[in-house]
Design a protein around this ligand. Structure first.
Ligand code: ZN
Length: 456
């Protein structure tokens, strides 16, 4: 077979959940997909009270080995002295061997988009229209990636980058606009799942992606749920909605932590709360994201309830932007706790002291922050729940395919070469033909073989 020089190189996401960054290149062009925050190694040098230094965020992550530098993609200002500038980096269109470069993002999750504020000048980010829209809402609320504003490019059809053609293909996940990515190269088809499942929305979109990716030369697949040693049953959306609805029928104030980027679930739960005579009160920044995403009748606190300044700033922005954001006072909520469900600020658990917590109050946890014991705000938050004697009702479900669904997907796609990644146990996902556990600093051919490791 003639080799046209298509290569695949990984810059993140190997042996960890998240941080996926992959480059597919030919002698003429480069396509990079996803640019997420990496999962910190233990110990996390940037855990509270250490905060990233403003203007040095990416620099410090690269300098400590937590993030890998992608030549030509990142802002040169953030490059530590230890990283050599790539003479072939495609930010010099004057050079005769200049390569075209384009960056794509599969979906709006921090482990796929968290570093987008540190791109070199002029580099646009291609994503689905829903991803772009959600990011505009996050930016308005001050909840987007740190760093500079992102230059978005909405993708509605195939994008040509030199001799590569890229398509975003919708999949089921737990955020609007989530896509898989197909890269048509001179040496064959490279398919990337992004984050995917087959249990949300009946898995209809994901199954269409499987059809499009069938017999791909290369499949890059997420392997999130294979990280766990326990076989966990994934509840349906109807089951977890039922748990929330049941809580809404109990007397007194109830608490919830919903993941605000999961707009479909938020819409359904808001409607269920309304059917039971309750309204959900959100912290200001989350309310702003939801209102800016087009959700109606979103409720937040008025100035009578102390919130951290980020929430007040977000609400002020929302009001300035003319968004339909309703406000409620603490007095009103205290007067009729049966009519409300409150989403607490995960970083300000002491503020629960203001609320009319009663013996029947529970906390419904549905993928909102604090996410789990791996997050620094989990310990303090759950200590406060215990202190206030608030029981927890679990009502979440993973946005990722179950191990069985992942294996079935891989068999149906039947790729020549499978690269499992984005999971702590990628070796558990095995393709029907060749499976390659990738390493950093290696350029892979589409048949899974590799050139000798690079020196950088
Ligand atoms: Zn995701």
């Amino acid at each position: 077979m003639v080799d046209h020089g298509t290569r695949i190189e990984f810059f993140g996401g190997l042996g960890v959940i998240g941080g996926s960054k992959v480059c597919v290149s030919t002698p003429r062009a480069r396509v990079v997909f996803d640019c997420g925050s990496d999962i910190a190694a233990a110990p996390d040098l940037f855990r509270p009270p250490v905060v990233p230094r403003a203007g040095r965020e990416l620099h410090d992550l690269v300098a400590t080995g937590q993030t890998r530098w992608i030549p030509g993609v990142f802002d040169p200002v953030q490059r530590p002295g230890s990283v050599p500038d790539d003479p072939d980096a495609p930010h010099r269109p004057d050079k005769p061997d200049h390569k075209e470069l384009a960056l794509f993002v599969s979906h709006a999750h921090v482990d796929h988009d968290g570093l987008l504020g540190h791109l070199r000048d002029g580099l646009a980010v291609h994503a689905s229209p829903e991803t772009v829209e959600l990011h505009r809402a996050l930016a308005l609320a001050g909840r987007g990636p740190t760093g500079r504003a992102v230059r978005w490019e909405s993708v509605t059809g195939p994008v040509t980058v030199g001799d590569l053609t890229v398509e975003l293909v919708p999949v089921d996940h737990d955020v609007p606009g989530a896509c898989a990515i197909l890269v048509h190269t001179p040496d064959g088809l490279v398919a990337y799942t992004g984050d995917i499942n087959f249990h949300r929305g009946g898995g209809l979109a994901s199954r269409q992606f499987v059809d499009r990716a069938r017999r791909a030369d290369v499949l890059l697949s997420e392997a999130t749920t294979l990280s766990s040693d326990h076989e966990t049953q994934i509840p349906t959306e109807a089951e977890i909605l039922g748990r929330f609805t049941e809580v809404c029928t109990r007397p007194g104030l109830q608490l919830v932590s919903l993941y605000e980027r999961d707009l479909d679930r938020v819409r359904r739960w808001l409607a269920a709360a309304r059917d039971h005579g309750r309204r959900v009160v959100w912290p200001g920044a989350i309310a702003t994201v939801l209102a800016a995403s087009g959700l109606d009748d979103i409720l937040t606190w008025d100035r009578t309830r102390p919130q951290s300044s980020t929430h007040h700033t977000a609400v002020a922005q929302a009001v300035r932007a003319g968004l339909d954001l309703r406000q409620v006072s603490l007095t009103e909520v205290k007067g009729s706790p049966d009519r409300f469900v409150v989403q607490p600020d995960p970083d300000d658990p002491a503020a629960m002291l203001d609320l009319p917590i009663g013996a029947t109050t529970v906390w419904v946890h549905s993928q909102g922050e604090p996410l789990g014991p791996f997050m620094p705000n989990w310990g303090p938050f759950t200590d406060w729940l215990e202190h206030l004697q608030i029981a927890t009702v679990q009502a979440g479900s993973s946005g990722h395919a179950s191990p069985a669904d992942l294996q079935e997907m891989v068999e149906r796609i039947d790729p020549q070469v499978l690269f499992p990644f984005h999971g702590f146990r990628p070796e558990r996902l095995v393709g029907p033909r060749t499976t390659v556990l990738a390493s950093y600093g290696v350029q892979y051919h589409l048949d899974g073989s590799s050139d000798k490791p690079l020196t950088r």
